[in-house]
Ligand binder design. Structure first.
Ligand SMILES: [Zn+2]
Length: 541
């Protein structure tokens, strides 16, 4: 028995307070993290020893006694008494948070935590990655130069194309951004590569723990609990997709059913057979599954299946009201959004209030920039581009990554009690999807909102931007069920009106028969710009 490595599954809680145990452990861990991050006298890398950990050793200094050491009272961010107080006051209230300490840390203290973590990850990359050192030296920056958020803004951004150009070289295949010895890498994943060569992503065991930790925040916030039986209908492979979510669900104590190599119909039958209560997939696949259930298997998911909660990723659909409504009606389930990417991590999530996407500000630093001037956007009312830093990712750091995600700050804090700031409506598109058509900025999510609000139309659609002579033309291909052919003209007119209202552009509407457009198990590729080829993006994972 002694040789058996501890894991969430072979950790048997002494009583039924399983979740409380996990959260308590988590509080201790976060307290340690605060102490280490805030204790600048503790030496440069105490918080980053490169050791192959055991499951649940996400934080190397995790040790309940150390967590409550007097050191904590010197940090100024948390004091020993308040942690003890919070740990004593476990109740229904605190089980709403995966980490009741950091998720409710006042903004000012979160900023302090982020700044200190940023300094450390910057120094970490500077000392270990030739790629990062070169980049920073060229900008005239050294680790000691980062003292304020203003200084952070001077740190050069990293684009996906830069990562492509340094990879496939020694240490093979990751190249010069690798910050750990190759033998410390325990996981390989890659981006989907639809817009160019895939970017490889190495993770240490600690990074892998960090992945599942970040997903644990998401799942708990969305109401998933250990009583849930999670069906994961994705092809487990080199894409990061739902891997971390799988482990996080285990961490919460959920039962996980890996629906890997099954086809769509077999997955639905398995969900039915096992009475699964929870599901995770891309919005387009959630809709495809419902469609297959109804049309091929004569199963009505809302009536005949037991799935009551769904977490989405990979596409913005769950934050698009009409798409969310479609999914919720088809499954009779609550649908929640989450955002993340291979090179970044799982950085944001909806809570049960569903008032936007919370940024996990304990693990990530998010900046929003004006699309044209690059000036910081710090308040609501204006969309901008997200630049993001994963504060704790070690093997291949993600520091000021140009995510190209289009976001907007929410007007007010969330009523759930989390102090993590919100993005209104999630990620509303990608800066490289926001093409200019006829001089107007076009957002594909606005088109999706319109298409999915038409009950008569199928789930799939396609947008094709092309050039006729000197003029841009947008064709919207939609699916129409049999029997509605006679309504084409009227539908087309209503669609055009709504689209003009939403996007200020006129469209050519093309009708295809239901089920004739391609269905993806992963992310749907619905936007085609045939005018010229475009550079790759950051949201492939
Ligand atoms: Zn909230």
């Amino acid at each position: 028995m002694a040789s058996l490595a501890p894991s969430p599954k072979n950790y048997i809680p002494p009583d039924s307070h399983f979740l409380l145990d996990r959260i308590e452990e988590n509080i201790r861990k976060s307290f340690n993290e605060l102490i280490v991050s805030l204790d600048e006298t503790s030496g440069s890398h105490q918080h980053h020893p490169m050791k192959v950990g055991i499951r649940n050793s996400y934080h190397p200094l995790k040790n309940p006694e150390a967590g409550l050491s007097p050191l904590g009272t010197e940090t100024g961010v948390m004091n020993q008494e308040s942690v003890r107080g919070q740990m004593k006051n476990f109740s229904e209230e605190t089980t709403r948070y995966w980490n009741p300490i950091v998720e409710r840390l006042p903004q000012e203290q979160l900023r302090t935590l982020q700044l200190r973590k940023f300094k450390k990850i910057f120094e970490w990359a500077y000392e270990r990655s030739k790629f990062h050192r070169r980049l920073y030296q060229e900008a005239g920056l050294e680790p000691g130069d980062i003292k304020t958020f203003e200084d952070i803004r001077r740190v050069p951004k990293v684009e996906k194309s830069m990562m492509r150009s340094i990879q496939r070289k020694d240490p093979f295949p990751y190249g010069e951004a690798l910050c750990v010895p190759l033998e410390e890498v325990v996981e390989f994943r890659q981006t989907s590569g639809t817009t160019g060569q895939p970017v490889y992503q190495p993770d240490t065991w600690q990074d892998w723990e960090w992945w599942s930790e970040s997903w644990a925040y998401i799942l708990l916030a969305q109401g998933f609990r250990r009583t849930d039986r999670f069906f994961v209908p994705f092809g487990y492979n080199v894409f990061v997709a739902f891997w971390a979510a799988h482990y996080a669900a285990e961490k919460l104590g959920c039962e996980v059913v890996p629906g890997g190599v099954l086809d769509t119909a077999a997955r639905i039958l398995k969900i039915q057979e096992l009475q699964a209560t929870a599901l995770m997939a891309t919005p387009s696949y959630i809709l495809t599954m419902a469609d297959t259930a109804k049309n091929r298997l004569k199963i009505n998911p809302a009536r005949d299946l037991t799935v009551r909660r769904i977490v989405c990723a990979g596409e913005p659909g769950a934050s698009i009201p009409s798409t969310r409504k479609r999914m919720e009606e088809a499954w009779g389930a609550k649908v929640f959004d989450h955002v993340g990417a291979t090179e970044i991590g799982a950085w944001g999530y909806e809570c049960q209030e569903q008032s936007g996407i919370h940024i996990n500000e304990a693990l990530f630093l998010v900046e929003v920039e004006d699309l044209i001037t690059g000036e910081p956007i710090t308040g609501p009312g204006q969309k901008g581009k997200m630049v993001i830093t994963a504060l704790d990712r070690l093997a291949q750091p993600c520091i000021r990554f140009d995510s190209k995600d289009l976001v907007e700050w929410a007007d007010s804090p969330c009523s759930c009690g989390r102090t993590f700031r919100l993005f209104k409506g999630g990620v509303s598109g990608r800066t490289d999807d926001i093409t200019k058509v006829k001089g107007v900025l076009l957002s594909p999510t606005a088109i999706e909102e319109v298409v999915h609000s038409f009950k008569e139309l199928g789930d799939e659609y396609e947008v094709v931007v092309s050039k006729r002579g000197d003029t841009d033309e947008i064709a919207l291909v939609v699916e129409i069920p049999p029997g509605l052919e006679g309504k084409k003209q009227e539908l087309s007119a209503r669609l055009k009106d709504r689209l003009r209202l939403q996007t200020n552009l006129s469209y050519l509407i093309v009708f295809h028969p239901l089920h004739s457009l391609p269905r993806a198990e992963g992310k749907a590729r619905r936007f085609k710009d045939t005018r010229d080829s475009k550079e790759g993006n950051g949201r492939e994972g």
